[in-house]
Design a protein around this ligand. Sequence first.
Ligand code: AMP
Length: 413
Amino acid sequence: MNDQLPEDLICWQQLERTASDVFRLFGYQEIRLPVVEKTELFARSIGQATDIVEKEMYTFQDRNGDQLSLRPEATAGVVRAMLQHGLLHNAIQRVWYTGPMFRHERPQKGRYRQFHQIGVEAYGMAEADLDVEIISLTWQLWKQLGLTETTLELNTLGTANSRQQYRAALVDYYQSHKESLDADTLHRLEKNPLRILDSKNDAIIELNRNAPDILDYLDDESREHFQRVQQLLDKLGISYVRNPKLVRGLDYYSRTVFEWTTDKLGAQSAICGGGRYDNLVEKLGGKPVPAAGFAIGMERLIELMKIEQLCQPVKRQDVYLVQTSATALELGSTLAMELRDAGFSVTANVGDASFKSQLKKANRCNARLALIIGDDELQTSTISVKKLDDGEQFSVSRDNLLAEASKYLAITE
Ligand code: AMP
């Protein structure tokens, strides 16, 4: 779990601002939810036999004896909230969220125990257009951020029915190679054979090359749906690679699944994952409502933005106010208010300090101008303006301060 320090947060805020602008362009509205939910909600939605539920959740009993968990992802909570507030009844809904998620994983670069996601969920639309809408939304976001080093991986998981047949074919295949399976794969074979496809074990990766392909087990509707997704992506010029091994680590997906990956981040290469989950609302107690969504891993995306040098520089403070007496301070606080009213950022010196030490602080806070109010200035109703970049200093009358400061600050903006 990491602290996020002021300097890092410049890039975080840039991402949050850009993402919320793009979400708005697509008609998505923000939703904010608690970070704690009943454990059962995650077990039912993400799946009992997934890594997340089996071994990664932070689970505890509260004082009422309720079994609760810190959310490992947001989709389950969004569905819970939409059902609880009756927002899914005969309605098309598009929402977005952001916030911390918690998984007790083995920490490494790009994999943390508290990490942050920003994502969308959309309800009430069964057609392939929606799958493409959310993919093109991510694409638009990459464009807006200026990212170039991303690849879209695409697959389909069919319906529960087609997946059952596919699952049986996979079990047959791995059973016939049982002697080469390690303990983890044997466990997955028993509990969740599809997960063997995203194994990181080299021998299993090799074995997976010849594993059955879901495309051969798809029902006609899922096949058409998948073709339509690809056609629409082609029309938009969004390129993708089909990855038949992409199954995602959560059980609720159906039909389209996708991941955006990059080869710039080492082992933790996925920056965004999502797909369609048409059965989850019903599974959590609602009437059937088709749905799709994605989540972006913010730590990884920000790391990629840094590598691609897309983070904006820290914004400089406009003004540092140097005030060397109690009377100067009284005038200074009025001037600071006027400057802030006009939209300039002003850091005012607080407490007694020598003129020299106040100027040092002005430089340290990376201000553009130091405005100096000392005894001379008070007597002559002027303010001394010092440009901190080149040290040039001049005097302006008090009444002219705003106009002069605006002139200089506008030029150097
Ligand atoms: P998931 O909810 O597992 O589909 O993950 C969606 C995205 O969240 C991934 O593509 C990652 O970018 C990010 N993510 C998942 N788990 C972690 C983690 N432990 N640390 C950092 N980012 C993560």
